[in-house]
Design a protein around this ligand. Structure first.
Ligand SMILES: [Zn+2]
Length: 163
């Protein structure tokens, strides 16, 4: 049996192909390229998960609870390295940085080793002092299609192929 080829990157597809629609054309692509187009609803390679008890999970969040959580932001996964890199690029030792933000150097070292996550207040001081961003908003890490909104055109795919 011959493996199917991804119609975008040309890679052999082992396993289920992803059927997507780009610019009105149906394409069979690999998992990696599936994000370039819209999933063809008529053809779903992965059986939809049937969750019979779905309704019991849709608990409406209490407004008060949501207000409380809206300030909670997610730290970037490599915050420790990011802080250390930024600190070093500013030519600061943990002690020197500690003095600047009025925190103990041991605390900074622990944060850099990701032994502890910085509190909001400390995180903000680090961000300000080192001019870095240590948080990510939901969805921000997602890869956006080059021509946002419209999705890829077949011309875009041709240029991907050439790479
Ligand atoms: Zn591909």
């Amino acid at each position: 049996m011959i493996d199917k080829q991804c119609e975008i990157c040309g890679a052999a597809i082992s396993g289920a192909t992803q059927r997507i629609v780009i610019d009105g054309s149906d394409l069979e692509v690999c998992r990696g390229c599936a994000r370039f187009g819209k999933q063809d609803d008529k053809w779903s390679p992965v059986p939809r998960k049937i969750v019979p008890t779905e309704r019991s999970f849709t608990v409406r969040p209490k407004p008060k609870l949501r207000d409380h959580f809206k300030d909670i932001v997610e730290l970037v996964p490599d915050y420790g390295r990011k802080i250390r890199d930024a600190r070093e690029s500013h030519g600061l030792t943990p002690d020197a940085l500690g003095i600047k933000i009025k925190e103990k150097a041991t605390l900074i070292k622990k944060i850099e080793r990701e032994e502890i996550t910085p509190e909001d207040e400390i995180r903000k001081k680090l961000e300000k002092e080192l001019r870095i961003k240590l948080t990510e908003e939901a969805g921000e890490a997602r890869v956006k299609a080059p021509s946002s909104g419209k999705g890829l055109t077949l011309g875009d795919i041709a240029s991907i192929k050439r790479k």
